[in-house]
Design a binder for this molecule. Sequence first.
Ligand code: ZN
Ligand code: ZN
Length: 715
Amino acid sequence: MTSCFMLKHNYFKILSLPIFNTLQPKSYHQIPWHITPTQLNSLLNAATQNKNFKQATQIHTQIIMNCYTSFPFLLNNLLNLYAKCGHINQSVIFFANIEDCYKNVITWTSLINQLSHHNMPIKALTSFNQMRDFGVYPNQFTFSSILSVCVITCNLIHGIQMHSLICKHGFDTDVYVGSALVDMYAKCSDMWSAEKVFDEMPERNLVSWNSMIVGSLENELYDVALFSFKGVLRESSINPNEVSASSALTACANMGDGLDIGKQIHGFVVKHGLMTSTYVKNSLMDMYCKCGSFEEATTLFGSNHEKDVVTWNVMMMVFLQSNNFEEALKYFVLMRSQAVLPDEASFSTALNASAGLAALYQGMPIHNLIVKSGFETNMRVACSLIPMYAKCGSLMDAYRVFQSINHPNLVCFTSMISAFQQHGCSDQVIKLYENMLHQGIRPDYSTFVCVLSACAHTGKVEEGFAYFNSVEAVHKVNLGHEHYACMVDLLGRAGRLEEAKRFIESMPMEPGPSVWGALLGACRTHGNLELGRETAERLFQIEPSNPGNYMILANIYARKGKSEEANEIRRLMGVKGLRKEHGCSWIDVKNTTFVFTANDRSHSRTQEIYALLRNLKNLVKKKGYMSKTQFATNDMEQNKEQSLWHHSEKLALAFGLLALPAGAPIRIKKNLRTCEDCHAVIKFASEIYNREIIVRDTNRFHHFSGGFCSCRDYW
Ligand code: ZN
Ligand code: ZN
């Protein structure tokens, strides 16, 4: 051992300064001329470990000067060294200069392998053909390398040609080549062929099984992935590793009903000592999270001592999916405090949590951090910034982010289109959609929901139908309930209720609650009691526990002056145990969120708030405001008007006017649809106080300014 080390040490001593120090060109003549091929090879290995390009060129010189070009192992190693140093072109030039007679199958395979690693599939395929032209026969390693090249080109034809060549050379029974074939077919989305090759393999190892499991997973064939995992469990000679277990868990996570199998795999993982792997633990947490078992996921998080960025991301996802946005953001902060660097998924989740809270003061610092961390140009992060700004009520910032994206993809376009739609900017929705088509990007399901809804909001019936007809015929996107609901809404808003009803009857699928709900909404808008009652009856059957439908019907009755019937509906709700959700409004002032409920008197500035509302009432009355008492839930006629003035959004508005600096926009969030009385008052308030007021309710955003609302009183 010692002598070996000494030898190596000496080589360096002999060569070190003269060769490796180009600052001393004069001493070049000191290079020992009689260095042996074995000595050079040791130097090559050392240089490969350090990825030292300068050393590579010097060793290259030595090989030529010593006439060692006939030693294949030196050539192969130098070829690899150049590639490892990131100088693939140097490898190619060097290879071209090697005399043909010294190029053997190993040299050719090295070149193909390096070209494949450097994402140069066409060059790799050309080299493969040249090799065969020179009469060099490929071996199992050449085929394995060339199959990964076929994966890069994503061209199944290349793969199939290679497969037949493999059979011709008799390598189809080789376990190494067979596994690469399974992998190639799976990655080219031909799972049928992948399974066929796999089934016909005379011998399989762990790599073959994992190719099958991972391949099925990537092709979203979760059942097949689990079937293969069970298959590998039956093989007595093979122990599944963390890749097998982790992929099987991911399959369970995505199946929808994979919890039971997931728990069994959890047992397997514990039994086989795979719990030491953070990778496996992360997959377990992800499985529990996606299957809705948040508690198990949280317990695992606590027991996972080596938390990497994925561990934190899954935990944030747990909170995001359970609508616990504050907690998700808390974990984002905690992660950073533990010096774990956020990745694109962490940023995206944190932005989604901020969007869920509609809290601009939470989202903006994250944007700053994104800029500082250099993730600004990351497509996924940018696509999460758009809805964050849009849902926090800042459409301008959302659009600014969109404009800064170099080549926006479908997700970016749809995020922006959806942002415009939520903010009632229907014209921009259509404009951006046309722009997207112009750039050759194909729309998807949700793009059309936005486009059709924009047509509905602007009363563009004919355009709406033209888009609707293009969904399947031109863009090959399947129509769904939401598209039909938009069309019913479109006809309903235009007052064409009978036509809307006939449209529903002509649907090729059973109309769902969203479709009937759109018709019921139209009946309320146009005061059509008869059709409204009929539609509500249907809705009571398909979603018996939704209080909203009862409220709308009661509302239609009340408007028609039929208060007895309206009360009867409310009584029915009581009998069924349905309660209208309590109205709640939020407003952010100085990085704190204040919540108001109706008749709320808990705030420290309650006296001022109610005084301001009394003053506002006098001001709006002078402007022609008439209270819309049908929206009051109070039964006593004389108290109705009073109770309207204590709605949560009016209290939040008053507090905003008191607490926010003059001129600052007031942003209010509401957990229900905003009532028409509050809508009317806020319109007046925006004019009286010359303020921009943005209200986000469950349906959309209302931008009030100068006495008008962006929704054009239609929501
Ligand atoms: Zn109200
Ligand atoms: Zn509005």
